[in-house]
Design a protein. Structure first.
Length: 133
């Protein structure tokens, strides 16, 4: 059978999805502008992979921030591993290097963005979205 499902608060989700990377960039811009560069390089990947992963995760889970961080880590590792194997199969050294770089960088930035997403989403979401239905 199917277990209980959570209703995703669309306003809180949208604000958290776009606000998390911006919050990390604003709070961390002093660190050699790395979080600002992360917006340009990681932002499209975050939206492409993170949006469906978060939607599925939040439908079946309570939205606890540590779970969202773990989701980010698993998504980054899985994607980097797929890119790495693909690079090996096609003998594309630049693909292998890119997969490793995105994986390493993504583990740090993705975890920060996931923390910020959880922090924002859980502060803005409706009470209805907190209880499975």
């Amino acid at each position: 059978g199917t277990g209980p499902r959570y209703v995703i608060d669309p306003v809180a989700f949208g604000i958290a999805l776009f606000g998390a990377p911006l919050m990390v960039a604003v709070l961390g811009f002093w660190a050699l502008f790395i979080p600002v560069f992360a917006l340009a390089f990681g932002g499209p990947v975050y939206l492409l992979l993170g949006t469906p992963a978060l939607l599925i995760h939040l439908r079946f889970r309570d939205g606890e921030t540590n779970g969202i961080i773990l989701l980010a880590i698993m998504t980054v590792l899985g994607t980097a591993a797929i890119g790495f194997v693909f690079g090996l199969l096609v003998r594309g050294d630049e693909i292998v290097t890119l997969a490793i770089a995105y994986g390493c960088f993504g583990l740090l930035v993705g975890s920060l963005w996931a923390w910020a997403f959880g922090w924002i989403y859980n502060r803005l979401r409706s009470d209805f979205s907190r209880v499975p239905h």
